[in-house]
Ligand binder design. Structure first.
Ligand SMILES: [Zn+2]
Ligand SMILES: [Zn+2]
Length: 334
């Protein structure tokens, strides 16, 4: 019927294509680093066969783990809330017709009464996404880049062109860990040849420039990844997402930044699973379904009073942007 593509559709396609640029950039750097390390350093530069073999074995181990976890972080689709969190048809129509936010809240409250929800908006209202038309489960946020509600959303990461959330948070941590191992190993083993080239102990060849760049690029990535990795390890220990670290989740009795924390060990087990042998592998072993999370409050105080909404406290449509090391988090605040 429509022969021409709508301009908005073309724009959307362009945006989707452009979003892959950081991933392609990383992939090219990784391919070059592979060539430079294996061919230029190990085959052309290192004279000792024993050293060659050890370096190549360790290099390939860290390379495989790094690429595997990167791949899983990129291609594991974020999960959106299940059907139970959508309003039933009648309620949805009623909600859309209704103009007073107080009455809309009543509709949401009725629908949410059967759902396991412990968090509210800052104003004490049920968290609802108008875009996806879904009641947001705890820790779920709307990502404007993915245009969907993402379970336990952490942040939208341009370097993996994907949302980091419940489905791939373990993979993301492992991706940071293995990229750090990969860069550290390269920097540590290249260093002596880097110095030898500078002090002219090795003959001038085109390998020289590859070795020089290998060291600089590996060292540079080490520094930038280390801070992000340390930050995320801290978050895992505290059981907080990046979003929750910026703004504490609001429970029925107010904001509590430690609301989901169950203690250091349990927090780690929630992300990595209870079987330690799977911790280093990018295989999904996180606990739960991403919809319900155990909270400190529920276990200590199962019968909390329901909060009465103060009148006119319902704000709509404000958008909060959190920028964190190149990651953009768009979060709708109601
Ligand atoms: Zn949404
Ligand atoms: Zn996203």
């Amino acid at each position: 019927i429509n022969r021409k593509m709508a301009p908005s559709h073309v724009l959307r396609c362009c945006q989707r294509g452009l979003a892959w640029i950081p991933v392609i950039f990383i992939a090219l750097v990784v391919c070059w680093s592979y060539y430079a390390y294996v061919v230029e350093l190990c085959i052309f530069t290192i004279p000792s066969t024993g050293e060659k073999i050890i370096y190549l074995v360790v290099f390939h181990l860290s390379f495989v783990m790094f690429v595997w976890s990167y791949w899983k972080t990129i291609f594991t689709r974020p999960v959106n809330p299940s059907k139970e969190f959508c309003l039933p048809k009648a309620e949805k129509e009623q909600y859309e017709k209704e103009e007073r936010p107080e009455t809309q809240q009543e509709i949401l409250k009725r629908a949410a009464s059967s759902l396991p929800l412990y968090t509210r908006t800052g104003a004490g209202a049920i968290r609802y996404c108008d875009r996806c038309q879904v009641i947001k489960p705890d820790r779920c946020h709307h990502c404007s880049a993915c245009d969907m509600c993402v379970l336990k959303m952490d942040h939208h990461c341009p370097w993996v062109n994907n949302c980091v959330g419940f489905s791939n948070y373990k993979f993301f941590i492992l991706f940071l860990a293995y990229s750090l191992v990969y860069c550290l190993f390269i920097a540590a083993t290249v260093l002596q040849y880097f110095i030898k080239f500078w002090t002219s102990e090795l003959p001038d060849s085109h390998a020289k420039f590859h070795v020089l760049f290998l060291f600089f690029v590996a060292a540079m990535f080490c520094i930038s990844i280390l801070s992000l990795f340390t930050y995320h390890l801290w978050l895992v220990g505290k059981n907080r997402s990046t979003i929750e670290a910026f703004r504490a989740p609001v429970f029925r009795n107010g904001p509590d930044k430690n609301g989901f924390s169950l203690g250091f060990t349990k927090n780690i087990v929630q992300v990595f699973g209870d079987q330690k042998k799977y911790w280093p592998l990018p295989i999904f072993t996180s606990q739960g379904d991403g919809l319900i999370f155990p909270t400190r409050l529920v276990t200590t105080d199962p019968e909390q009073p329901t909060v009465v909404l103060p009148p006119n406290s319902f704000r709509c449509g404000a958008v909060l942007n959190c920028y964190h090391l190149g990651a953009v988090v768009d979060q709708q605040v109601f």
